[in-house]
Design a protein around this ligand. Sequence first.
Ligand code: SF4
Length: 253
Amino acid sequence: MTELQRDYSFQWTGEAVECSSGLHWAIAEQANGIVAIIVNSPGGILTGKQVRVLAEIVGEDGVIKNTRRMTSLLLIPKEKVTAALDQLQAVGLRVANLHKSVRNITACPGKGFSPNSRGDTLELARVLDEAFYGTILPWDFKIGISGCPRNCTGVQCHDLGLMAEPRGKYSLWLGGTESGMSPEHGTLVRKGIPREQVIPVVKCILETYIAGAEEYKGELSERTRLYHVIEKTGLERFKKAIEEFMSNTTLSK
Ligand code: SF4
């Protein structure tokens, strides 16, 4: 199985962002010459201190746009980018991955906030981000987490969706895409995944995705999402990988 590789490094040259691994970071000059920086914030969570720094970066009359993926998009002049990156780092914020990696993880408020919630969502988004931020992938990989079947995050619209079940377990959907010309819902592939197994199961899925993209490289585009790989390999390969991992974990207990 393909081992996951990660890359946190990029350089802002003063004109553009460069990254030797080919991972695309969310810093891009817009049509009007202003540079957009997307700030990574799993579940859309920012502290008051972080919000204050974002406001300082854009200035009194500057603009911060909230995005569909629960991130803050800062719009600033090019000459402010270097200082802005230092300011973000000083308060523990990172630039979001744009392509060839895991996108900002979306999550509903979940346990502790929503009375309907069956389980944690925001802390799970944070630990998944810690585990997979900067992972080098064939193309974008979107993860969404909902705290109950009301499904405010729309887990079926992500490459990988997790929905909390009672007693600390999660259901898993794979292969959705919410955008593009042919949006598709993902498929429910597993129920009852214990919280402590979510990260290794996601790792297993990412490894299977990378291996499938490599296997069908000649037939797939450079922008190979999970659903493209599933069309080639079938969902069974992913289900089998998950079951093998989970049965090995159970046996080793
Ligand atoms: S999905 Fe459920 S837990 Fe999450 S915000 Fe919606 S109603 Fe609340």
